[in-house]
Design a protein around this ligand. Structure first.
Ligand SMILES: [Zn+2]
Length: 128
């Protein structure tokens, strides 16, 4: 995927999910400890108590080893970002039925727009 297509993909995800907060994506080849075992992580930043940005970390090692599409990982993390922005994020249960429904809707939206995505939510691995 070219840089331009990639930017379009992130913008399409944010549009589909109605995310207004700025998002930046970081591809990590040497991830820090809390990212070691996961494919992606959505970090949210606050300025003066107000949500000011999302940083989506993509663990390239895990993606390569597991054969995950980076587009799937980014879209998955942006669904978390949506839930944080809309106050629907459940600290105890990250991948609840609302999350799963959003993944299905976003998958259809992205496929219709011509992007390659396969599986944003996996019941086997997204258990928490
Ligand atoms: Zn997740």
């Amino acid at each position: 995927m070219s840089q331009n297509d990639f930017n379009l993909f992130v913008r399409a995800c944010c549009a589909g999910l109605m995310i207004q907060t700025p998002v930046s994506i970081r591809f990590e080849s040497k991830p820090r400890r809390e990212l070691k075992k996961v494919a992606g992580l959505c970090e949210h930043r606050y300025r003066k108590g107000v949500l000011s940005g999302f940083v989506i970390h993509v663990n390239m090692g895990v993606c390569l080893d597991s054969g995950y599409l980076t587009t799937d990982v980014i879209a998955h993390e942006l669904v978390h970002a949506h839930m944080i922005e809309f106050g629907k994020f459940d600290e105890e249960y990250h991948h609840d039925t609302h999350f799963q429904k959003l993944c299905a809707v976003l998958t259809k939206f992205l496929l219709d727009a011509g992007f390659e995505v396969k599986q944003l939510y996996s019941p086997e691995t997204d258990t928490d």
